[in-house]
Ligand binder design. Structure first.
Ligand SMILES: O=P(O)(O)OC[C@H]1O[C@](O)(CO)[C@@H](O)[C@@H]1O
Length: 241
């Protein structure tokens, strides 16, 4: 793993955007794996600036998002599809038909998971996957478990994740209890992975991800086995390194 420690969230966002831009400049038809959460918001803002300045063009890019809450769709401002439109897609020239998000409103969720996985495979696989990390070490919505869940699947969200993500909802009761998430194998098949971590509350999971045992109880630890991972963390998240 390559570890890049930066001073501030701003620097983290800029560095992360640089990785995305370089990927797309070198391969305009890149397949990008994208993440939600607070952490990549700054990166998306930097990407939009780069697009507006003519540095990067998303016309031929295809995207796949990591996860989505079950029961929420684009009408809900808490859904990840809404988040992605607000934070990125509405501001760049990515083709609508090239945007892929797990459908949290699908009637047959199991089928949706299978088809999502197939779509990723058919696209040729992810060139670059952006990840955040949960306080409990989750990646996507792959929660601490007794085994690594390989492919896109239905997840029961952890108490801690529900509590952490409740800040985006009016009350904790409104946080969905289930989600669809790419699996660990789906993520590990990406050619390159860039994980972003910001804030002191991530310091422990970042430390365990890098130096801990590779165990499904800390899902991000599996990244130790990937040949091309870059971790970008600010000073607070890197506190224990
Ligand atoms: O960046 P945040 O908001 O701390 O979220 C961390 C992780 O949690 C999730 O939002 C899922 O709970 C992931 O998408 C993200 O990587």
């Amino acid at each position: 793993m390559e570890i890049i420690k930066v001073k501030s969230y701003r620097e983290l966002s800029f560095k992360a955007a640089q990785f995305v831009a370089s990927q797309v400049i070198l391969k305009p038809e890149s397949i990008l794996g994208l993440a939600t959460g607070s952490t990549p918001e700054g990166m998306y803002a930097e990407i939009i600036k780069m697009y507006q300045n003519g540095i990067v063009d998303f016309e031929k890019v295809t995207s796949f998002n990591l996860d989505e809450y079950i029961g929420l769709g684009k009408e809900s401002d808490q859904s990840y599809v809404y988040y992605m439109q607000e934070h990125l897609f509405n501001h760049i020239n990515i083709a609508l038909s090239n945007i892929n998000m797990p459908n949290g409103l699908a009637k047959d969720i199991e089928k949706e998971c299978l088809e999502y996985e197939e779509r990723i495979a058919k696209s040729g696989g992810l060139d670059l996957q952006i990840l955040g990390i949960g306080r409990n070490g989750h990646i996507g919505f792959n929660e601490p478990d007794l085994k690594f869940e390989a492919r896109t699947h239905v997840v029961m969200l952890d108490e801690q994740t529900i509590e952490d993500n409740s800040r985006f909802f009016e009350s904790i009761d409104q946080v969905p209890k289930m989600a669809i998430s790419m699996g660990v194998k789906t993520i590990m098949h990406a050619k390159k992975i860039v994980l972003l971590a910001s804030g002191a509350e991530k310091a422990e999971s970042v430390y365990k991800m890098i130096y801990g045992k590779i165990i499904p109880e800390l899902p991000a630890s599996v990244l130790q086995l990937h040949p091309n991972v870059t971790v970008i963390c600010d000073e607070a998240a890197a506190r224990l390194l």
